[in-house]
Design a protein around this ligand. Structure first.
Ligand SMILES: Cc1cc2nc3c(=O)[nH]c(=O)nc-3n(C[C@H](O)[C@H](O)[C@H](O)COP(=O)(O)O)c2cc1C
Length: 331
């Protein structure tokens, strides 16, 4: 078993220093439970939650807020375009019992960064970031963190100014996904900026971006000096990735993959009403089927199916054949 050095976000111990990323439509309670069943990361995230809807979401016990005991500690991430909305959502989450409230300053999606002028858009206006954090800090009694990208261009002066704002407003930790706010997930993330940020601030720094294997994870710690590593897509494809990283991963066989997929199916269909479960299952399948030699075809066929029963039927008939006698080796 690999021993990683834990770190603290204020008084919260993050051990191991591995974090499951927030992913809209993907990092729901069933996925977090599946990940935890192999090995628990030191911190889970919710997907981003619209701050202004939180009072209503909490009243209605929204599925996006729910979690089991296994999904602790957890950072609930809010997205908000203004200090008023952020403070409203942050105070509700803090009272709700979040271990961490995280502010999304990273999302480049047009409906968030464009239409709503929130998420990554905010990095174009550091004064507004400061105003939002000044409003958020006093109403959030638990640790407050932010997730950022690099902004519109790689710029050390900007990063230094951002770090100064985060420290001055009482933020407790920062996650950096070192891509620009204008780009998607294709180009290589600039890990060197995680190292630059680490040298600029005394806040704990969590690095994120394109960690796919145990070796990548060790390399990110080594190359950047970051305190924690956050993993997104690769932990959806391989929910046992944290176990791999810690040195206790399973042996991958077609039977293991099928059993894991069926467990995901069970968790998703138990948790969500059928109408929502279908979309969540299809989304999960895009990632998970990459483990199979012909999995892409299977995931593509699934996208057109009308209901859960048809998806299950397809998987039972085609899963093993889609492995093509072998599973895809990663790394
Ligand atoms: C489908 C999807 C949804 C995402 N949703 C969020 C989100 O709600 N909040 C957020 O901060 N980042 C979100 N991200 C970005 C991830 O948290 C992460 O920064 C990105 O995927 C890079 O990490 P990875 O290479 O380990 O996947 C999302 C990414 C994906 C692929």
């Amino acid at each position: 078993m690999q021993k990683f050095k834990h770190f603290h976000i204020r008084d919260l111990r993050i051990d191991p220093p591995l974090i499951l990323a927030p992913m809209a439509g993907v990092t729901h309670s069933p996925l977090r439970q599946l990940v935890a069943s192999f090995a628990k990361p030191g911190l889970f995230f919710s997907e981003m939650l619209s701050a202004k809807h939180l009072p209503d979401d909490i009243k209605k016990r929204s599925l996006w807020l729910r979690r089991t005991e296994a999904e602790r500690p957890m950072a609930y991430q809010i997205v908000a375009p203004s200090s008023a909305e952020a403070a409203l959502g942050g105070s509700y989450l803090s009272d709700y019992g979040a271990e961490i409230v995280d502010l999304n300053l990273a999302c480049p999606a047009p409906n968030i960064a464009g239409k709503r002028r929130a998420g990554g858009f905010l990095l174009s206006d550091l004064a507004l970031v400061e105003e939002i954090l000044v409003a958020l800090r006093p109403v959030v009694s638990c640790p407050l963190t932010v997730k950022v990208r690099l902004g519109v261009k790689p710029d050390l002066v900007f990063l230094q100014d951002l770090a100064a704002v985060l420290e001055a407003t009482g933020v407790d930790a920062v996650t950096l996904h070192p891509r620009l706010t204008t780009e998607k997930l294709k180009r290589r993330p600039m890990w060197e900026y995680i190292g630059h940020l680490k040298g600029m601030t005394k806040l704990p720094v969590i690095g994120n971006g394109d960690v796919v294997t145990r070796e990548d994870c060790l390399a990110m710690f080594e190359q950047t000096g970051c305190d924690g590593v956050m993993i997104g897509r690769a932990a959806v494809q391989r929910p046992w990735l944290f176990a791999d990283i810690m040195g206790g991963g399973p042996t991958i066989t077609p039977e293991f993959l099928l059993a894991t997929y069926l467990e995901a199916y069970r968790l998703i269909t138990d948790f969500f009403p059928d109408t929502q479960a279908l979309g969540r299952l299809k989304e999960f399948s895009w990632y998970f089927m990459k483990n199979l030699q012909f999995g892409h075809r299977l995931a593509a066929r699934m996208q057109n199916l009308p209901n859960l029963a048809a998806c299950r039927d397809l998987v039972e008939k085609e899963f093993v054949r889609s492995c093509g006698g072998e599973v895809v080796e990663v790394g």
